[in-house]
Design a binder for this molecule. Structure first.
Ligand code: M6R
Length: 613
């Protein structure tokens, strides 16, 4: 949720780099932000509600520019509204320490009472402030910073990524992880920490991902990792193979637009090396994907949230259709509390871009405890979901910065298509020839995606999207594999343009929601040739008869004749139509939001990675 940075340097100032780090992490949360730096004996904290630009106004005096140690934070509020007082860093009033935190301290009320009873004064509504006081109390008793942090963490329940700095003889920089991600790195003269590797890329590509229970002590050129009792822990250094350029806008006005345009390459990176043309099959790298194991599967349980769940719906359709395995699907947040029952030989399939979504992770853990085989489709190597899975299909979408997920979704859909083919081949449902045909068709998607992203096609979508700026609400309808695409189209529009949009199974409209249709209401109908195309056409008639203004997206020509407006998509086989049909819907949301003047990459109330429950 929140973004954290920290740095300590022997030779250079750290503030400017930390601000740049916060800028790339702003996607994680952006309702307030702050920094703390130490210059000699003094710890200075500056924090502000609003975006980073507001904080920068507090720094123009240059007074903190030479500091060599600091921590910074960009917040997505959980406990306490966005305000200057609730913004991080927090302190304990001693002027000796500053602390930033991502996560939730569950027993903070009880700890707060205990600390207040000792005369400690709290100045915010956050759960974080108890951590600063716990650390401050230990420092006041003469503990070193690392010992003070370990002692404080032994008192808290919950999950956190924290970074703490303190001045004086027992000061320094320490960070710890229990839940939300944290990455550290050292160079000859400095050490850095961040809640996303993106913040460290300007300094180095060799990083260490902390694991749950790790506490790291950082000094220039030095990092030591222990557990909360002080026992040493060894962590491998990982080399990041993509560069900072891939995480920049590359000339596009918004990350979202850039990421939409990256999709043909994402398809190639996620799929092409895995295709085994001769055997009409697929190979995956991480985990045991043997035929025997796949043949034994009785069921697949998908757990995911938001857009990733929509990819899960596509997985259900594809796997049941191509591999004949029953697939269940749950919101991860529901699965974990509904006392689920799993049959023997169940694959628990977590789908997640970030690999850090708290609900998805908890659902995966629960499924594993219930005996399922934990498998993931994930975009972030080294993320918690990947580490806790026994097999993973990495989506190679590259860093996704736009809060509204686009290329990660397409990559997830491609990944679950590959999984369906692999399962179908392993279980003998698909022949070599059938496997080949499906995979050949997948290869052909690249030029078709490029056609959808050609300037005239993008402009056509923009024209349609701008034509409905006065609409009070939208329906997005689809069936079969395009039902989740309708859900995704509606979610994209809601997220970034704040317009009410409902995604619905087209056949379900007549059971209630059709009552909402009034004259001229825009109804986006997603339809491509296949088993349900004629059914969708009937549903299209139904909404049109109630005065709906139908915008048809897809490649079903017969639907075009019934529609008021058409966004044509190149044709492919039905199981892959989802991959193409979603692209104009992403562009539709983008252009609608742009015309409404919305903040596309940082929509209100949202954060990129939801690491709290
Ligand atoms: O990182 P994850 O894929 O696990 O995230 C899941 C959802 O939070 C995410 O897809 C969210 O719905 C996006 N904002 C959608 O654009």
């Amino acid at each position: 949720m929140c973004g954290i940075v920290g740095a300590t340097s022997r030779t250079g100032a750290v503030l400017e780099g930390m601000i740049e780090g916060l800028r790339v992490l702003e996607y994680r949360g952006y309702d307030s932000c702050g920094v703390a730096v130490a210059d000699g004996e003094r710890i200075e904290i500056r924090r502000k509600v609003g975006r980073l630009s507001e904080l920068e106004k507090l720094l123009v005096d240059g007074a903190l520019s030479n500091a060599r140690i600091g921590v910074g934070h960009t917040r997505w509020a959980t406990h306490g509204k966005p305000s200057d007082e609730n913004a991080h860093p927090h302190s304990d009033g001693s002027g000796r320490l500053a602390l930033v935190h991502n996560g939730i301290i569950e027993n903070y009320l009880e700890l707060r009472k205990e600390l207040q009873a000792e005369g400690r004064v709290f100045t915010s509504e956050t759960d974080t402030e108890v951590l600063s006081h716990l650390v401050g109390r230990e420092l006041a008793r003469g503990a070193s910073l690392i010992d003070a942090v370990r002692a404080a963490l032994r008192r808290v329940h919950g999950y956190y990524a924290i970074a703490v700095m303190a001045n004086g003889a027992n000061g320094g920089l320490v960070c710890a992880r229990q839940g939300p991600p944290l990455v550290v790195a050292t160079t000859a003269d400095a050490a850095y920490l961040g809640s996303d590797v993106l913040a460290l890329l300007p300094y180095t590509r060799d990083v260490v991902y902390l694991e749950d229970g790790d506490v790291a002590e950082l000094a220039p050129g030095f990092a030591r990792i222990t557990d909360i009792h002080g026992a040493a822990r060894e962590r491998a250094v990982r080399r990041i193979t993509w560069d900072a350029e891939q995480a920049s806008k590359g000339g596009y006005p918004h990350f979202m637009l850039k990421e939409i345009h990256e999709q043909p390459d994402v398809l190639a990176r996620t799929a092409f090396d895995r295709i085994l043309s001769t055997s009409g099959d697929v190979s995956f790298e991480h985990g045991d994907w043997d035929d025997a194991r796949l043949r034994a599967l009785q069921r697949i349980q998908v757990v995911a949230c938001g857009t990733a769940l929509h990819a899960g719906y596509v997985a259900r359709y594809l796997i049941e259709h191509l591999a004949r395995i029953p697939v269940d699907l749950d919101f991860a947040s529901e699965f974990r509390y509904r006392d689920p029952r799993l049959v023997e030989h169940t694959m628990a399939l977590a789908v997640s871009q970030s690999g850090e979504t708290a609900d998805t992770l908890a659902a995966l853990r629960l499924a594993r405890e219930l005996g399922a085989w934990p498998v993931s489709v994930c975009n972030v190597m080294g993320s918690t979901v990947v580490r806790e899975s026994q097999a993973t299909i990495l989506t190679h979408a590259g860093p996704e910065i736009g809060v509204a997920s686009t290329k990660a979704f397409t990559a997830q859909v491609v990944a679950v298509f590959l999984l369906a083919v692999r399962l179908g081949r392993a279980r003998g449902v698909l022949s070599v020839e059938q496997g080949r045909r499906l995979l050949d068709e997948l290869r052909c998607l690249r030029p078709r995606m490029e056609a959808l992203l050609a300037p005239h096609s993008v402009e056509r979508v923009g024209e349609v999207a701008r034509g409905h700026l006065d609409a009070k609400g939208f329906f997005f309808l689809g069936r079969g594999v395009n039902f989740p695409i309708a859900l995704e189209g509606a979610l994209k529009l809601k997220e970034i343009s704040y317009v009410h949009a409902e995604g619905y199974a087209a056949g379900e409209m007549k059971h209630g929601p059709i009552a909402l249709i009034s004259k001229g209401m825009p109804i986006v109908v997603v339809n491509s040739p296949g088993a349900v195309a004629d059914k969708v056409r009937s549903n299209l008639h139904e909404v049109k008869a109630r005065g709906g203004h139908v915008i048809c997206v897809g490649s079903d020509r017969e639907s075009f004749e019934l529609a008021d407006e058409v966004i044509e998509v190149p044709q492919t086989i039905e199981p892959l139509s989802a991959v193409l049909n979603v692209i104009p819907l992403q562009l539709f949301a983008y252009h609608h939001a742009l015309a409404r003047g919305c903040d596309i990459d940082k929509p209100r109330n949202l954060a990129k990675s939801v690491t709290v429950e």
